[in-house]
Design a protein around this ligand. Sequence first.
Ligand code: GDP
Ligand code: GDP
Length: 436
Amino acid sequence: MAKPTVAIVGRPNVGKSTIFNRIVGERISIVEDIPGVTRDRIYSSAEWLTHDFNIIDTGGIDLGDEPFLEQIRQQAEIAIDEADVIIFLVNGREGVTAADEEVAKILYKTKKPVVLAVNKIDNPDMRADIFDFYALGFGDPFPISGAHGLGLGDLLDEAAKHFPKTDTEDYPEDIIKFSLIGRPNVGKSSLVNALLGEDRVIVSNIAGTTRDAIDSLYEYEGQEYVIIDTAGMRKKGKVYESTEKYSVLRALRAIERSDVVLVVLDGEEGIIEQDKKIAGYAHQAGRGVIIVVNKWDAVEKDEKTMKEFEQKIREHFQFLDYAPIVFLSAKTKKRVHTLLPAIQMASENHAMRVQTNILNDILMDAIAMNPTPTDKGRRLKIYYATQVAVKPPTFVVFVNDPELMHFSYERFLENRIRDSFGFEGTPIRIYSRERK
Ligand code: GDP
Ligand code: GDP
């Protein structure tokens, strides 16, 4: 079963993204500032005490040019559809507004639990300000302060009381889970069909395993794989998918459940801005990534075409420089068979653990080759490094002062680590921490 999902709704400026970031915690601070990658996440996994859950900031869902009220209504509807528990957020400094009432009206229609949180109660003297909000009809309001991190524990305790009784992850560790993401019509469904159709034993076809994807479990050369297929859902005519508003959310949830994500591009049409945004999600989530150029059959080519397309990809997706590129055709099935070995490789690298002593030898060699940067007469000192996590491989470098670690030097260290250990197909993360 999937993890429980909490959605935060409320009109603009009540503090949804502030609360989201607080709840998601440190994970948010590791989001890199890369052009073309949306900085703010709207979907993430989170933990509270013994609970693992997913959280959605509905305020971040882009609903295009809809009028203001229509946007907040739609966001509330998405929360109702997607969440197990809804946090309805209001601003304690402004009292109940007409827009709050609009949100409330939508939420009255659901049977799902709604927890009312009054934000911006920054000190205990302001607690009297929450009483107005009883009028919204969602029971006891929880006073919180996103800015100061107050009251969140009580709020999450309340939310967790309503979590469905489910277990966390759905598949054993050794099964490789992957999903395909990409804008509409790049050929995701065709590729899933091509993969499943290729003389493999489909172990089972678990329709509707989750609300938002169809999982197919199958085996190839002794390795089990699960394809998390969100595109197929849409094809099965769920009304729900008539607009694109859910598709980003759906893709984000599929990414969250995957070890490896295939970013599918249309070789015939080329790369557009939307492709970059979608690819950014996979990178940010820290999953293994493979770039797939589909419809290669439909491209008029000479001996230079592939090289040129590859260059274009590298230019547009600089943040995915670790991702291998596979050119194929779901239609003719040409080179579709190269995909699973690439997925397996990316998955192994995504879970790779390196030896601390070798890591440190490499770092010391790197420092000898390219001295650490200085700032205002102070030089960065690197004491040692250690790998603290896998999926993705995450390293902590202990230094005299993290402020002295410049992006370019971190990049240099990353490249040295990559040159030595491989890590093709997976992002790696490096944090600097002050040695105490
Ligand atoms: P959203 O539009 O609902 O996502 O709201 P934001 O999270 O962007 O917050 C809107 C504004 O309220 C920002 O300027 C925040 O810094 C501020 N804000 C958020 N939480 C608090 C809080 O607990 N106390 C105070 N005083 N300001 C807050
Ligand atoms: P999705 O929206 O990403 O799932 O895309 P579909 O799988 O529905 O494919 C969209 C369109 O592209 C359909 O008309 C497919 O027949 C076509 N298509 C998919 N893969 C290929 C391919 O490899 N070559 C060509 N020429 N067309 C393809």
